[in-house]
Design a protein around this ligand. Structure first.
Ligand code: ADP
Length: 169
């Protein structure tokens, strides 16, 4: 995992934040925004102990949506997927913490909401695969790519959450 806390920050950060920590890109898709699930989604990630690093609401351009889903370009649902993502507001976020990429994927659940365990975001709130509410990066490389695609570096906020002392040992 990428280390955010071992560079210059280490000189002024206390020992309990000296973990190798990751960042991941999370987006609440237009269905999640329309259904009023922004607050509950953020609450779940905060409840787990993760920290928000960036947040914005936007209507993504076609170029942005196509780049984001570049690897799915050959799929039959690609056109519908891009139309859907560009149709309404998306709540784009960056979250930070230990193993956040894999853990957020677990909190979100499988791609198809009908196969998700209850307790996951898609399992609790979704039915159809094309209305599965939320996106989370699936690897370190895709997290880095997606964060760069959706955010300017100055939109990412380095901060020192006071709850770290009580979440990390
Ligand atoms: P995930 O979002 O779980 O990482 P993928 O990267 O495979 O899944 O797919 C991206 C998105 O494309 C999914 O979240 C879903 O909205 C849509 N999608 C995937 N597979 C299908 C499908 N078979 N039919 C319609 N939409 C799909």
């Amino acid at each position: 995992p990428r280390c955010y806390n071992t560079r210059s920050r280490s000189s002024y950060f206390p020992s309990w934040v000296m973990h190798c920590t990751e960042r991941t890109f999370v987006a609440i898709k237009p269905d999640g925004v329309h259904r009023g699930l922004i607050g509950r989604t953020i609450a779940r990630l905060e409840d787990k102990g993760y920290s928000l690093v960036a947040l914005k609401l936007l209507k993504p351009s076609r170029t942005l949506a196509e780049s984001h889903y570049e690897s799915l370009r050959s799929k039959p649902f690609f056109g519908d997927l891009v139309s859907f993502i560009t149709s309404g507001p998306v709540c784009a976020m960056v979250w930070e913490g230990k193993d956040v990429i894999g853990q957020v994927r677990k909190l979100i659940g499988n791609t198809d909401p009908l196969t998700c365990a209850p307790g996951t975001i898609r399992g609790d709130f979704g039915i159809d695969i094309g209305r599965n509410i939320i996106h989370g990066s699936d690897s370190i490389s895709s997290a880095e790519r997606e964060i760069q695609l959706w955010f300017h570096s100055e939109e990412l906020v380095d901060w020192n959450p006071s709850l770290h002392e009580w979440v990390y040992e």
